[in-house]
Design a binder for this molecule. Structure first.
Ligand SMILES: Cc1ncc(C[n+]2csc(CCOP(=O)(O)OP(=O)(O)O)c2C)c(N)n1
Ligand SMILES: [Mg+2]
Length: 516
């Protein structure tokens, strides 16, 4: 291996402060032809894979690597040293991608969460937690199929280990029909948190994730738990894992432990409160959601909430912030990053006496759970001849509008409306958010309740004292006119109002705030 001498020196390298040791240590043990897949935080993997591949390249290969430099407006003339030019060009293209520039590795289309450079075997970061498990395992199959002498390092977070695809992919890699195990190293960067859900003591039942390796085949997949803060132990473990894979004894599961945290024990029960209105009586729509949840949880103890990071942290958009302090862990809890389980368990709990409100952080992730949505939640009441009702509310969000690229910016509501048995509700303002969410929770059918991330930040008058519910299925006429009818929902309602109000002619503006 052509690692520059002096780069790894036992005397000079101590413990890493954060997660640097995993990306650097693991990838330093790969050959340039090896592949990697990466996580939603793939910057370090990208830098590292490119760097170590470049160090192993000969002059022709380096020249080929920088041949696109001119097109990408990178000046190589200032360099005497070819390797130095290539390294800087690599960092330049990485940075350009992170900020969405045409000169980036994916021409700015991927951005930070989807960065890839196939020319050095970086098969890409993935913004879907666990999204790379299948891809990496498939690549390992190609390697085995062609008898190539290389491996793939599948970098994932601890959070991804509870996603269905993790288990399905690891089972695939160890199927008895493959005479040799697939050459993939599942490399779990265990910083103990999947966002805020804690691996130990909260969202899994085990201390060491590596333990799971023993279950996949009779010879027990080689698995080990190592210190992920020490670049040398990471490097050594991946070197050994690579050797096993090359000998046909893969796959290997490595758990690199990054932080040893104490888990939280906070359990405070507080009195609920109304959000203070401004002098026009307005509150933010996300507070209207919180108020609706508080009121329904107070009214009906069968209302229980679960989802990713919704407990103390209050969810990615703070819509459930404070509920844990009021209701405690019996009524609101974090799950693992397991969308199928979040919705599937919601269906079962709804059939048997609870009124669950489960959360899918971004609508994009509901695709992970479509069987649970389309075949289970939507169908159960009909299929079982009406023996069950399914009072399940699935809250989710759309509308990033922040350049979040392909896997965080979709508006999939139209897909969901195709399933008979589901109600799809998309409010356009704070007042409707509250009234419709309360109706959703009281409905005996599964309701997908879609909250727009921009609407969250808009204020509207929401009555402070009197309770109100808004029935499903009725459109609201926002402004009457004569010539044109505009139908809109969600954030587009306020956009249309802004467009229409300055117009001098009268328009008929029909606003549908939800569909059923
Ligand atoms: C399928 C899916 N569910 C939820 C999310 C939202 N999300 C982004 S990062 C993250 C936490 C990931 O935890 P882990 O895999 O341990 O990676 P870490 O950030 O700790 O390295 C979550 C829940 C997502 N991107 N994809
Ligand atoms: Mg983690």
């Amino acid at each position: 291996m052509l690692i520059p001498s002096g780069l790894f020196n036992n005397d000079s390298i101590g413990l890493a402060e954060h997660q640097e040791a995993t990306a650097v240590g693991a990838i330093s043990s790969l050959m340039k032809s090896d592949y990697i897949t990466s996580t939603h935080r793939g910057h370090g993997h990208c830098v590292s894979k490119g760097l170590f591949a470049l160090y192993q390249m000969n002059e022709d290969e380096l020249n080929k690597f920088i041949e696109s430099a001119k097109t990408n407006l990178f000046d190589t003339d200032q360099y005497d040293n070819l390797l130095e030019a290539a390294v800087d060009y690599h960092l330049f293209r990485t940075m350009a991608e992170l900020i969405g520039k045409e000169e980036g590795y994916c021409r700015g289309r991927g951005g930070g969460m989807h960065i890839a450079d196939f020319s050095v075997g970086n098969m890409g970061a993935n913004a879907i937690v666990g999204g790379s498990f299948g891809i990496a395992t498939g690549a390992a199959f190609t390697i085995a199929h062609y008898g190539q002498e290389k491996i793939i390092l599948c970098c994932v977070g601890d959070g991804s280990m509870n996603n269905g695809i993790a288990h399905e992919a690891m089972n695939f890699a160890t199927m008895a029909q493959f005479k040799k195990g697939l050459p993939v190293v599942y490399f779990v960067e265990n910083n103990q948190y999947g966002y805020t859900g804690q691996q130990k003591g909260e969202v899994t039942g085990i201390e060491l994730l590596a333990k799971r390796g023993c279950a996949y085949n009779d010879v027990s997949m080689h698995a080990e738990s190592i210190c992920g803060m020490n670049v040398l132990s990471v490097r050594e473990a991946v070197r050994r894992a690579r050797e096993l894979c090359i000998k046909g004894e893969g796959p290997v599961l490595i758990e690199a432990n990054e932080i040893d945290s104490n888990y939280k024990t906070k359990q405070i029960l507080r009195n609920p409160r109304k959000y203070p209105r401004n002098n026009e009586g307005k509150i933010l729509a996300r507070h209207a959601v919180t108020e609706a949840l508080i009121e329904e949880m107070m009214r009906d103890k069968r209302v229980v909430l679960w989802g990713e990071d919704i407990s103390e942290h209050g969810g990615a958009f703070s819509a459930t912030l404070g509920l844990y302090d009021i209701f405690g862990a019996q009524r609101i809890f974090n799950t693992a990053i397991s969308e199928a389980a979040i919705i599937g368990t919601g269906v079962g709990a709804a059939m048997t006496g609870l009124r669950p409100v489960v959360e899918i952080m971004f609508i994009d992730f509901i695709l992970q759970a479509m069987d649970q949505v389309g075949n289970q939640a939507a169908k159960a009441r009909f299929m079982f001849g009406g023996q069950y009702s399914i009072p399940l509310t699935i809250r989710t969000t759309i509308g990033g509008g922040k350049g979040y690229a392909g896997q965080h910016s979709q508006s999939l509501e139209s897909v969901l409306t195709h399933f008979p048995g589901l109600k799809v509700v998309i409010p356009s303002n704070a007042y409707d958010m509250k009234g419709l969410l309360k109706t959703a929770i009281r409905d005996d059918n599964p309701v997908i309740f879609i909250e727009h991330q921009w609407v969250y930040l808009e204020k509207a008058v929401v009555p402070e004292r009197e309770e109100y519910l808004i029935p499903f299925g009725e459109a609201r006429v926002v402004k009457e006119g004569r010539d044109i009818t505009v139908v809109a929902y969600s954030h587009m309602v306020s956009q249309h109002i802004q467009a229409v109000l300055p117009a001098t002619f009268l328009m008929k503006l029909l606003v549908i705030v939800f569909t059923t």
